[in-house]
Design a protein around this ligand. Structure first.
Ligand code: CP3
Length: 341
């Protein structure tokens, strides 16, 4: 039995004394304890070694004290397993030396056996569950097919993912074939994660907001919907689309348990667009964690008042930044824990 199930109760829409809190990308570079391991082991070694992944996952639980853990891994282990080479370069980030630009390359992309290619993730989940010892739930995650395709086609991070969009608009048949392969792989992957013990899953559509509302339907949302349909009987799915406020109404009818909101959308607008019944998660501006702790605490109180304490999970509007002082991250989490309505 979980000692702290506040996060799962909020996902179910139950009445709570205070909302649960966690931070996207909470396992990472703002923690000195993480930097020690980063210096010793390269990125994918950290992902592929269950002991390291488990240790990094549990670090923020011990140091900051959020109500949920998120498994240390990366969305880009999926393209790797699909026969697309992915490197992580210091100062650049993800680097794919052979980006996909032709239908022939799409044919070379595999829908892999998950146990053979990503079994290390399942081992990391089992070990993390042991280390967590039922203190808090564990969240599993995947990138949305569109966000994965952004990297697979662009070959690296980008301000506008112009090459990924060009691929969709000039070679839509090949683009859809690739998106479907990523979708099929992601469904099998997330089902394996649930079987290995994660308590909920989040889909990160980090670059959904690069698309117009019409293109979003065609190249992103329909694939997210397939994943939600395939998972919703087995676990609770959180759908986070950065910059995708325009799709919130449709997302609220998808069967997702909760929707992630970024900081450009007000709580009132998010509640209005989603009909007031679904759990919402977000949406503190990650840069606002640079404010002094006393100000962070005031702003967190206002944020919770705006969303309401029920059907709500306090979080950032996107991942925590590397330059955030640990005390400020802790002030954010503490402010939610101290909340009284
Ligand atoms: O949330 C967590 O703490 C769990 C771990 C996690 C990582 N990546 C670890 C990581 C999660 C959930 C992700 C998801 C992820 N990865 C997303 C979606 C979320 C988002 O932020 O939009 C995306 C787009 C990626 C792709 C990715 N991986 C990028 C763009 C980078 C470079 C970041 C940078 O500025 O260096 C990564 C590397 C990465 N993934 C790091 C971490 C802690 C930092 C690099 C390192 O540790 O060596």
């Amino acid at each position: 039995m979980l000692k702290n199930d506040l996060f799962l109760r909020a996902l179910k829409g139950e009445t709570v004394n205070r909302p649960p809190v966690w931070m996207m990308r909470q396992a990472g570079r703002y923690l000195p304890e993480f930097m020690v391991l980063k210096k010793k082991y390269d990125f994918f070694t950290r992902c592929r070694t269950p002991e390291l992944a488990a240790e990094i996952t549990v670090q923020p639980i011990d140091i900051i004290g959020p109500d949920a853990a998120i498994l240390f891994s990366d969305i880009l282990v999926i393209p790797q397993a699909m026969n697309i080479e992915v490197q992580m370069k210091d100062g650049i980030g993800p680097w794919l030396p052979d980006p996909i630009r032709t239908p022939a390359q799409v044919d070379q992309v595999l829908v892999p056996n998950i146990e053979e290619t990503l079994g290390y993730v399942m081992e990391a989940i089992k070990l993390t569950k042991e280390r967590l010892d039922n203190r808090v739930p564990l969240i599993g995650f995947a990138g949305s097919p569109w966000t994965i395709m952004c990297y697979a086609v662009q070959g690296q991070g980008s301000k506008n993912f112009d090459k990924a969009k060009e691929f969709c608009f000039t070679q839509p048949v090949a683009a859809h074939m690739l998106l479907q392969k990523i979708t099929d792989t992601t469904i099998a992957y997330l089902k394996a994660k649930v079987a290995a013990g994660v308590n909920a899953v989040q889909l990160f559509d980090s670059w959904g907001g690069m698309l117009s509302p019409v293109d979003y339907q065609e190249f992103s949302w329909q694939y997210m919907q397939q994943i939600i349909d395939a998972l919703k009987e087995e676990t609770q799915v959180i759908a986070f689309g950065k910059g995708c406020w325009f799709a919130l109404q449709e997302m609220s009818k998808s069967g997702a348990a909760a929707l992630g909101i970024d900081w450009t959308c007000s709580a009132r607008n998010a509640r209005y667009l989603t009909g007031g019944q679904i759990t919402l998660q977000g949406n503190f501006d990650p840069s606002r964690l640079l404010s002094p702790p006393s100000e962070i605490k005031k702003m967190v109180k206002l944020m919770i008042d705006d969303f309401g304490k029920d059907r709500y999970i306090a979080n950032l509007g996107h991942g925590i930044l590397p330059n955030i002082p640990v005390d400020n991250a802790k002030a954010f989490v503490d402010a939610v824990k101290e909340y009284r309505s």
